[in-house]
Design a protein around this ligand. Structure first.
Ligand SMILES: [Zn+2]
Length: 185
């Protein structure tokens, strides 16, 4: 089966799209697994929640875990949907690719780039080896296309720091390149 990568900036309804996809496959009696990379090493299940209120429990893929091993206990899987796929490692994307090759449909949703406009490791690999790549577009408040997940603090855009800032959903705003460079939020 195919591996799909749906990417978009923060607030572009990726998670809502992922959850609706899950629902629609389940209506057709497919066995769907919703998964999410755990970036802070918490184990067990975790909630995938969209801004419009949809939510669902997901299987956590731990850092350095083998995806196939993580899903092994779940029986036959028809479709794997991964939210926050930018946080997968390169090797985990390779493992998902092999699952797709062996007959599982793999649909990954995530950010393409970080707050500096640089690719995440997982997104880079997804762009390299997915069969199908689609953008979920959204707009900057100026009306242009938003392409950067700007990080901000106290009303100012931050241009340095670690790539991942966990729990920072209230610290990001999707901007066009021009507004980002001029520091307009
Ligand atoms: Zn703008």
């Amino acid at each position: 089966m195919k591996m799909y990568f749906y990417y978009g900036v923060m607030g572009s309804s990726k998670t809502a799209c992922a959850l609706m996809k899950k629902f629609s496959f389940e209506e057709k009696n497919r066995h769907v697994v919703l998964a999410k990379p755990s970036i802070d090493n918490r184990d067990g299940k975790s909630l995938v929640k969209s801004r419009i209120g949809l939510a669902c429990e997901a299987i956590c893929i731990d850092k350095d875990a083998n995806v196939k091993d993580t899903l092994a206990a779940l029986g036959k899987i028809d479709v794997i949907i991964v939210d926050e796929a930018q946080f997968l490692s390169c090797e985990q994307v390779n493992q998902l690719r092999r699952l797709a090759d062996s007959g599982v449909m793999v649909m990954c949703y995530g950010l393409k780039t970080d707050y500096m406009g640089n690719l995440f490791e997982g997104s880079r690999r997804l762009l390299e080896i997915s069969d199908s790549i689609r953008e979920i577009q959204s707009m900057c408040k100026c009306g242009k296309k938003a392409i950067i997940n700007a990080r901000y603090n106290n009303g100012k855009i931050i241009y340095t720091g670690n790539q991942i800032d966990i729990g920072g959903n209230d610290k990001y705003i999707a901007l066009c390149h021009s507004c980002w460079e001029k520091g307009i939020i």
